[in-house]
Ligand binder design. Sequence first.
Ligand SMILES: [Zn+2]
Length: 270
Amino acid sequence: MRLGYGSSVHNVVREQGWEPETYGPGWVSSLAAEAFLDDLPGFKETQRFLRACRWIGQHADRYAGLALVDPLDQTPFRWNPVQRADVLLRLDHWDVTLIKPGRYAGGRCPLCASNRSDRRGDRRACRNAECRHTWTVKFTHNDANVAGDYPTDPVKLHNMAAPCVVHMLDALFAAHVIVELRRRGVKNIVSIHDCWYIPETADALAVLQEALKAAGEPWLRALEDVYKLLLHYLKPSPDPEWWDLLVDAHRLWEDRVKRQRWPVFSAAVS
Ligand SMILES: [Zn+2]
């Protein structure tokens, strides 16, 4: 799961090993985990999609971020995680931490040259167990442009693009389920991610299943704008690795809509 958010298999396996009570023996080798994942149907495609979205995030306008259009109601919005960091302000007996636009210097440990360190305030600590050197790092303030926008965090933006597209599509589906429930007279609905709580009536489950089935068509149709947007953002670099993937996916989508093969999602009762 964390791979979609930018983690490497190696890091996930390593960090899982730190919590044996939660994860049990887990994976001991990242190579074995990679081989297992490569064998899963569709995994390679999701990795290509991930790399495509990373490219989009990396090449977004530094200040504007990624401009998108909500596929439900066509409201324009954008993803622009501002690059910011905590700056400690000492006021008499109070320590106040401000989150300010800007960044602390990174770089290697001045003693052992390791590129792995943790920052706390304006101090960095080397992660090399044999070194553990600490040093002070400078905070550089970022200024806003004429539009009043501050520079975005390029790492955050490139890691968030793929999962945010997927979350957006989940939210789109949830919204269509709510519309369909409302059409069927359900007025009290709690929607949390991909769960819907509705009052327990005799036909509640049947109504929910009908709504889920009916939401498939408007959801699938609304994907057109999402494909267009992704292709628009990928256009400056039509790398075959992801360009072909998206073009093929769009073609399959068109064919599916033409044949009216609406997806039917099911829900488990709990
Ligand atoms: Zn060091």
